[in-house]
Design a protein around this ligand. Sequence first.
Ligand code: GLN
Length: 308
Amino acid sequence: MKKILAILLALVLVLSFAACASTAETTNEDSNAQTNETADTTETGDTDASAEDTDAAAEDAGAATEETTDAAFTTVEEGKLHMSTNAAFPPYEMVADGEGFEGTGYEGIDVEIAYAIAQKLGLELVVDDMDFTAALEAAQSGKCDMVMAGVTVNEDRLAVMDFSDSYATGVQVVIVTEDSPIATLDDIEGKLIGTQKGTTGFTYASYPPEEGGYGEDAVIGFDNGLSAVQALKNGQVDCVIIDNAPAQSFVAENPGLKILDTEWVTEDYAIGVAKGNTALLDAINGALAELIADGTVQSIIDTYITAE
Ligand code: GLN
C-alpha cells in the first residue's frame, strides 16, 4: 500500500513538474530556439521527482531562466540597457519636460516598464530617441539592446527580429475632424489617410483593397503621429489611422477631433531584440514575466491610461 502511495505521489509530482516546464516553454514560445535551453535546464536529471527538486522547480521557474541567462547575455554597453524608441507616442513614450522618469529624460509606459526590466537585470536604462523606423532598425542590427516603442508584433517583423512576450495591446483606430463625412471604415475609400511612416497603420492602410487596405496612393506617411494629426487639422488628409492610446492623447490635446467608434485591427505590443539574441531575450522575458505576475506592468499602464 505504502509503495503504491509512493508511486502515485511520484507520479503527481512528475506531472506537476511537467506542467511547470511546459509553462516555461509556453512563455518563451516566440523565442523558440533558446526555449530549449531553459526547458532543458529544468528538466535534466529529474526523473526521480523527489519532493525537494519539484518544490524548487515549482517555486520559481523564473529562477531557472535567470540562472541560465544572467551568465550568458551581454549588452551593447556594459552595465547599461539601451532602449531605442520614438518618444512621440503618448502615453507609451514622451520626451519629459524635466528630468523624466528616474532621470531618464523620458516618460511613459514603455519607459517605466523598460526601467523596471533594467533594474531586475542590474542595468542602467538608457533611452535612445529616434524615428520609429530607425528605432526598429537599431534593435534589429544590435546597435541598441532592445526597441520599446509600442511595437506591434507581426509576421514581417518576426522575420527580421525576435520579440518578447507581449505586455500590452493596441488597436488601430481612425481619427477624423468632428464635422467629417467619414463615419465608418467604408467611408474612407477615396479619401486621403495620414499615418506615421513605418507603422502597422501605414502598412495595413497601404495594402490594396482586396487585402483590406485602401491602396498606397491613399496613404501619406508622416514622421510621427502628431505631424499626421496636424495634417488632419490643416485639411491635408481626411483622417489619421493610428494606435488607440496615442489617438486618445492627440484628440484630448487637439479640440475639434474625434475617434471613430470602430476598431480596425487589434495588435500585441512586445519588446524587439536582434534576431538570435536569445540570451538577452530570455533575460528580458524572465524579468517581464515577474513584472506582469506581480502587477507592476498593469499598475504602470493604469497610471497612464485611466479606464473609461
Ligand atoms: N504599434 C504601431 C507599430 O508597431 C505603431 C508604433 C509607433 O508608432 N510607435 O507599427
